[in-house]
Design a protein around this ligand. Structure first.
Ligand SMILES: C[S@@+](CC[C@H](N)C(=O)[O-])C[C@H]1O[C@@H](n2cnc3c(N)ncnc32)[C@H](O)[C@@H]1O
Length: 226
């Protein structure tokens, strides 16, 4: 395993996963297919202790109208979408979608699910009132491309709601993330946990309207427009 050198306290970019170590889309798909049934147990600490579940409950009810949930995973956002909305959910992993479909059925929600690559959304421009995505930019091969696609399919005046994680603003934790970036990536299905989600959102040309950090400064709730 390669060792990446963290540079604590320096004003340069933190160490990222080198291109040679990155998973392909097919490998990511396989990794999430395998993880699907244990996924919710695996993210229990983030959900319960670091407050992700609470923030889903707070952010996702702001979605309205025609909603697209990108990289929906097992459908953890589904319970919080308003009852009157029309939801489409996509993910690259069929097995994650199978769990999501079961969740939608058990909640009595008529949610359309489809296997699709977030970086090449098969929807026309501006067809959704709200696009949501959670814990996903850390996993996308090209997060700026995926965010640009979310922007493209959102109608003018629509909302993009993101719940993401990245580099903490606590020095000790940011250093720990940097030191373990490759190990974390390899053990967590291609999760790059020391990115800066706000920077990615800006690079994709979205207009950040609100953002707040929580969960030891590692998580971000972002409301953006196009
Ligand atoms: C960490 S999980 C997050 C799942 C869910 N959104 C949540 O909040 O629990 C990341 C998800 O992104 C999906 N994913 C990764 N790359 C993708 C891509 N290019 N297109 C669509 N889904 C993708 C994975 O299959 C996985 O379900």
């Amino acid at each position: 395993m390669k060792t990446l050198t963290a540079k604590p306290g320096r004003s340069c970019k933190p160490p990222y996963v080198p291109a040679s170590e990155r998973l392909t889309l097919g490998q990511l798909q396989d990794a999430y297919d395998e993880l699907a049934h244990g996924y919710e147990k695996r993210i229990w600490f983030d959900q319960v202790v670091l407050g992700v579940a609470r923030q889903r409950r707070r952010l996702m009810p702001r979605a309205h109208g025609k909603i697209l949930d990108v990289a929906c995973g097992t459908g953890l956002n589904f319970p919080f979408f308003p009852a009157a909305s029309e939801v489409t959910a996509i993910d690259v992993s069929q097995h994650m979608l199978d769990v999501a479909r079961q969740k939608a059925e058990s909640l009595g929600l008529g949610i359309q699910t489809q296997v699709m690559d977030a970086e090449n959304l098969e929807f026309a421009d501006g067809v959704f009132d709200t696009v949501t995505s959670s814990l996903s930019t850390c996993t996308f091969l090209d997060p700026v491309q995926a965010l640009s696609e979310m922007k493209r399919v959102t109608r003018p005046g629509g909302l993009i709601l993101l719940l993401e994680h990245g580099h903490s603003n606590l020095g000790w934790l940011a250093n720990l993330q940097d030191r373990n970036v490759l190990q974390h990536y390899q053990q967590n299905a291609g999760c790059r946990w020391n990115q800066d989600p706000l920077q990615l959102v800006e690079e994709a040309g979205l207009d950040i309207m609100e953002s707040r950090r929580f969960g030891l400064g590692m998580f971000y709730a972002i409301v953006a427009g196009k």
